[in-house]
Design a protein around this ligand. Structure first.
Ligand code: MN
Length: 253
């Protein structure tokens, strides 16, 4: 029997997004950088271009109030940003660890918990994917250039954000494969960390040629992650990446 990766729940959540006529409310979590509540404009544009309604979720420390807001949403995007504090996966900080943002780690852990409780799909992008991996018990390479043996691919490109610089191989049958209809994608790359041990309950759905994990999905929850930045690849109206936002998994109501 042909192995199919896409979980039943994820199939239903994606179909809900595809079939429903109305636009969905898609939360994007506050990056909480330098005393400002904000998200990069590219995420807002990508959700909007995908036919949905972007909603910025400001960092709120009161869980009950945050739950009230989260429970109105159809899906949540965790965007890119700083490194996750390695203490969260029981590692000491490497000298090559980048900036961390403790408040944001706390906030996004709370968001993930609330989304799980309410069956709200999550799409993690770059740091967002890494936070999801750590939350569910996985670990990260703290710095690929020093911790990862294969140095053949530069994952921190100097080219601008809308330019793809390395390819990834996409697992047939995965969410990413279904929505992009591609087994090879050219992606941008702005990460110096990566998934080391994948969290239990998740499967790798795309890798770069050096083996670095570039996408994953949960086997039993509507949760997906990508290590690249589809929202930035859409700056010039990329016709493939838009499908990640057009066919986002959304809550089944
Ligand atoms: Mn990469």
């Amino acid at each position: 029997m042909k192995k199919t990766i896409l979980s039943l729940y994820l199939v239903l959540a994606v179909l809900a997004g595809t079939w429903a006529q109305q636009s969905h409310l898609i939360g994007i979590t506050d990056t909480h950088a330098k005393g400002v509540s904000s998200v990069p404009r590219t995420y807002v544009d990508a959700v909007f271009k995908g036919g949905n309604i972007p909603v910025v979720i400001p960092l709120i420390e009161d869980e009950a109030l945050l739950e009230k807001l989260i429970s109105t949403l159809d899906a949540v995007i965790l965007p890119g940003g700083e490194d996750v504090n390695p203490a969260r996966y029981d590692e000491k900080p490497s000298p090559h660890l980048g900036e961390v943002n403790e408040k944001r780690d706390d906030f996004e852990f709370m968001i993930i918990q609330l989304c799980v409780n309410h069956n709200i799909p999550i799409v993690g992008i770059c740091r967002g994917m890494q936070v999801i991996n750590v939350y569910f018990g996985g670990t990260l390479f703290q710095d690929l250039p020093t911790d990862y043996i294969d140095k053949s691919i530069i994952h921190r490109q100097s080219e601008s954000r809308e330019v793809g610089t390395h390819t990834i191989s996409v697992e047939p049958g995965s969410y990413l494969h279904k929505v992009t209809d591609s087994e090879t994608l050219l992606v941008n790359s702005f990460h110096h960390q990566g998934v080391k041990k994948i969290a239990p309950g998740f499967i790798v759905t795309a890798r770069a040629a050096d083996g670095v994990v570039e996408a994953f999905e949960s086997i039993d929850r509507p949760i997906i992650g990508v290590q690249f930045h589809p929202e930035a690849l859409m700056i010039n109206n990329d016709s493939t990446m838009i499908n990640i936002f057009r066919y986002m998994p959304v809550r089944i109501r």
